[in-house]
Design a protein around this ligand. Structure first.
Ligand code: 13P
Ligand code: SF4
Length: 322
């Protein structure tokens, strides 16, 4: 049997005289497509999306749309969740290699073996995981509803939480529940260190520190507010402070600037060579690749139907919590 080569966006096939933004607007109508974008996408992608949001909001949009195509500008697990929820729709992603360190470092077969130590536990998995891991889970959560999801589990039940140990620890602190944690982490949020963030606070004494719960506990503990991307955005929009140190992926600053043009928004310094706190996976998506995805309807997310149905159960349990 012939094995087909992996699809790679053919950037050279793009006519250089085209106005890509105009073309994307034309193609979205022709394709009856919904363009979804996560807050960590490039500003130009956020600006032309039908909806920009956090992981929870994006999955809610994917569940309710009547569009024929979903062009998901985010990372693979997000587009895969859209396919889990909307199997009849074509789901395309600008770059199929847009992975996630949390999802990639929690392979379903290894996770299944690890779970054997916890036969009586309920399994709460962060949405940043593969369909295979979702299928092994009792319920899914995102960073915006993780506390509520864990609190929905009866107090006498024991819990396994995967794959983000930092989010898991933060939820343990908020809920007082003990949980067994899979040792995963986000390569972007782990770059924020207490030492560098503390130095930043000294330089900006009036700024409020806000952090995503994927940050290490030493950073979250110093924060004035901890929350999902949508919650951080909301906090900045409403809080009277005039300056904020933002400990999450810097893509969120695009929306923050629009909500608070008067405020100083300071990206928390990352402890990496480039000092830039950008997610290398999220940034694989570009306007050019989005144009190709809408033009060619590729690369497309596909899923084995039996796996999809098993993964759907814990995702629907989460969505049912509201
Ligand atoms: P949100 O749940 O805040 O969208 O963050 C998830 C994330 O890390 C996206 O990469
Ligand atoms: Fe994954 Fe971290 Fe990138 Fe989010 S920011 S997609 S958690 S690697």
């Amino acid at each position: 049997m012939a094995i087909s080569a992996p699809y790679l966006p053919d950037l050279e096939s793009i006519d250089p005289s085209l106005d890509l933004i105009e073309e994307i607007h034309r193609l979205r109508k022709v394709r009856k497509a919904l363009i979804l974008a996560h807050y960590y996408q490039e500003p130009e992608i956020q600006d032309l999306a039908d909806f920009v949001g956090d992981s929870l909001q994006l999955s809610q949009q994917a569940a309710k749309t009547d569009a024929e195509v979903i062009a998901f500008c985010g990372v693979h697990f997000m587009a895969e969740t859209a396919k889990i929820l909307s199997p009849g729709k074509k789901v395309v992603i600008p770059d199929m290699d847009a992975g996630c360190s949390l999802a990639d470092r929690c392979p379903a077969d290894q996770f299944g073996e690890w779970l054997k130590q916890f036969p009586d536990h309920e399994v709460v998995s962060y949405i940043n995981c593969s369909a295979g891991v979702k299928a092994l889970s009792t319920i899914i959560c995102t960073s915006s509803n993780a506390v509520r999801v864990v609190e929905s589990i009866p107090a006498h039940k024991q819990i396994v939480f995967a794959p983000d140990r930092h989010l898991g620890r933060w939820v343990m602190k908020q809920t007082g529940r003990d949980m067994a944690l899979w040792p995963g982490f986000c390569i972007v949020h782990e770059q924020f260190t207490a030492k560098r963030v503390a130095a930043m606070k000294v330089r900006h004494p009036d700024a409020k520190l806000i952090a995503h719960p994927e940050c290490e506990a030493t950073v979250s503990q110093m924060a004035d507010f901890v929350g999902s991307t949508a919650a951080l955005l909301n906090f900045v929009a409403k809080d009277p402070a005039k300056a904020f140190i933002v400990a999450t992926e810097a893509g969120i600053l695009h929306q923050m600037k629009q909500r608070r043009p008067d405020a100083e928004l300071i990206p928390a310094p990352a402890d990496s060579g480039c000092n830039c706190s950008l997610c290398p996976y999220m940034k694989l998506n570009t306007i050019e690749k989005l144009y190709l995805a809408l033009r060619d309807l590729r690369p497309e997310i596909t899923l084995d139907e039996e796996l999809r149905r098993r993964a759907l159960v814990p995702v629907e349990r989460m969505l049912a919590l509201g």
